[in-house]
Design a protein around this ligand. Sequence first.
Ligand SMILES: C[S@@+](CC[C@H](N)C(=O)[O-])C[C@H]1O[C@@H](n2cnc3c(N)ncnc32)[C@H](O)[C@@H]1O
Length: 286
Amino acid sequence: MTGTLYSGMNSDNPASPDPVAPRPAPPGPETGSPASADTAASADTADFGFRQVPRAAKAGMVRGVFDSVAQRYDVMNDLMSLGVHRAWKQVFVAAMDPRPQYRLLDLAGGTGDISFGWLRRGGGPVLLTDVNANMLAVGRDRAIARGLIGDVALAVADAERLPFPDRCVDRVCIAFGLRNCTDKDAVLAEARRVLRPGGRFFCLEFSRVRVAALTPVYDAWSFQVLPRLGRMVAGDAESYQYLAESIRTFPDQETLAGMMRRAGLARVTVRNLSGGIAAIHSGWRL
Ligand SMILES: C[S@@+](CC[C@H](N)C(=O)[O-])C[C@H]1O[C@@H](n2cnc3c(N)ncnc32)[C@H](O)[C@@H]1O
């Protein structure tokens, strides 16, 4: 078990019902966030969907969204994507090249899909983290139900200031999480910091559609269907309106690749999925 590797995680009993609270990240030599490249937002504001909100308020608002959707998150994912998110996640996990000797840090891991996929494909121990304890609690229950809890440690952790030491894992991933973070540059810098040299970072995120014919259907689905589905299934249209909007304000493929390079990641590659509806970005810590 990975229990002793990570400071700040629930090392005594990873199956504990209460994921540990985060502690401040140590001011290690490689900690630090470069100036934000978040183009839509100024120094004092951040995008929350199409709205600009005070920068300090965004994290709490995002928390409210995922508190609201946690229990229905998985069924909503299937409905919203017509199951396609499962295929994307499979491609994503395969790209990470899971091996028993590799340790994975899953950032914004929520209910655990990526962590479980990694383990199913023979990857080594996983640290499943999220800033939202309600999402993580669903992930913990799913890990128990799948008989995987022995290989998964859980920790409440903010991806923008990770409570883990430098160079402690072989893979860092974030799936559909980066767009919810306020300081995306800080997340990328932290990912690089905790990677061992030779380790790799992977991001799966909604991106910019590259097939013009898809755009009208995709827009109608996002802004007409998703909020209605949210209202019907989760009793919450607003959260799903936010999700649709946050996808449109997220940096496009090239912009995110540039942010990764500026964070010190090398050999950055981009792979579009479903015509660019989603994309996998990867980079190395050399
Ligand atoms: C759309 S869910 C993705 C969950 C999972 N990775 C998946 O692919 O199903 C986004 C997650 O990002 C988390 N999140 C938002 N801001 C975060 C932050 N600053 N640090 C860590 N997690 C964060 C939310 O709590 C939520 O669980």
